[in-house]
Design a protein around this ligand. Structure first.
Ligand code: ZN
Length: 129
């Protein structure tokens, strides 16, 4: 079997228009609109576009920002890119497997990492343990 990256057409078929906008057009969902913002169940969060394992529920914390926030990411699950849109210097978080946009990384998170991965609910798929 040949392993190929999904084409944009395949992403369009697989994702809702809202999910496609976040993941493939680097969109941001409105704060406090996402279904995982205050989600506290134990389990694992996966990339909505490709199923890559991204975050464990025990690294999720309430940043009161309006988006699901995590202080740690699964090893090698994401790539970080500079994002200078909107006259802001931010760090973009993308899925290491499919390149989809997930959210942004900030340095004001809690111990032990001090990191805050600010992620769109629409970019995530959750499965309970
Ligand atoms: Zn992915």
């Amino acid at each position: 079997m040949i392993c190929m990256r999904n084409t944009e057409e395949e992403f369009k078929k697989k994702l809702t228009p809202e999910e496609y906008h976040i993941l493939r057009e680097r969109g941001t969902e409105p704060g406090f609109s996402g279904k995982y913002t205050n989600h506290k169940a134990r389990g694992v969060y996966y990339c909505k576009a490709c199923g890559n394992k991204l975050f464990e529920s025990d690294t999720k914390f309430d940043a009161k920002s309006g988006w699901p926030s995590f202080f740690e990411v699964v090893h090698n699950a994401v790539e970080l890119k500079p994002d200078n849109r909107f006259n802001e210097e931010r760090t973009e978080v993308v899925c290491a497997k499919c390149g989809s946009h997930l959210g942004h990384l900030f340095d004001d998170g809690p111990e032990p990492t001090g990191k805050r991965y600010c992620i769109n609910s629409l970019a995530l798929d959750f499965k309970e343990h």
